[in-house]
Design a protein around this ligand. Structure first.
Ligand SMILES: [Ca+2]
Ligand SMILES: [Ca+2]
Length: 192
């Protein structure tokens, strides 16, 4: 009996890296549920601008998620704060020029509104590219910005990496606006 368990354990040990590898997700902590350093915010992600300035708040929401682990909940109630030009949750990923990647995230929104008088904006996936000279270029929209109220929805798009590029900054991004948004299950996979 003991030997049976040993074999089972060995089998699991062999299978687990293969399973992790077959997922192919280049994003670290894409499910936004890992918080080993106990900050109350997901590890490996940087959260700043309107998402991070009080009274606005980012938290891990264990009650609302799509993968069993916490989602990232962001409440923006005020734009009367420093760095009110945008909000972002980002992570830098090494990439190879010439390759194509698909980037996706699940999104849920409650009453996300643009500032009065503004007609375009909202929340999307945005990105920056870093050249082999280490310089970051300007932000670009990867997906159309969204506003309003809706339940979990996946947004995604592909990008082909131009020459002389070594990294991509993936950002769950918001133009100025107020409301509540949940992000979950961020993925970036190579498209062959
Ligand atoms: Ca999650
Ligand atoms: Ca953390």
């Amino acid at each position: 009996m003991a030997r049976k368990y040993l074999y089972l354990c060995l089998l699991l040990l062999i299978a687990m890296p293969a399973l992790a590898w077959s997922d192919n997700n280049l994003i670290v902590n894409g499910d936004l549920g890992m918080d080993w350093d106990k900050t109350g915010l997901p590890d490996y992600w940087t959260i700043n601008w309107i998402f991070a300035n009080s009274p606005n708040k980012a938290t891990m929401d264990k009650s609302i998620n799509i993968d069993g682990n916490a989602s990232l909940k962001i409440v923006v109630s005020s734009l009367d704060i420093p760095n009110n030009f945008a909000g972002r949750v980002y992570q830098d990923v090494p990439v190879e020029a010439g390759k194509t990647y698909e980037i996706s995230v699940w999104l849920k929104m409650d009453n996300w509104q643009l500032p009065k008088g503004q007609e375009t904006g909202g929340i999307n996936i945005s990105y920056w590219l870093q050249g082999t000279n280490k310089q970051w270029n300007d932000r670009k929209d990867l997906t159309p910005p969204l506003t309003g109220t809706f339940n979990w929805r996946e947004i995604k798009a592909t990008i082909k990496i131009p020459t002389k590029t070594q990294a991509l900054r993936v950002a769950l991004f918001a133009y100025p606006g107020t409301g509540t948004v949940w992000f979950d299950n961020v993925k970036m996979v190579e498209v062959k």
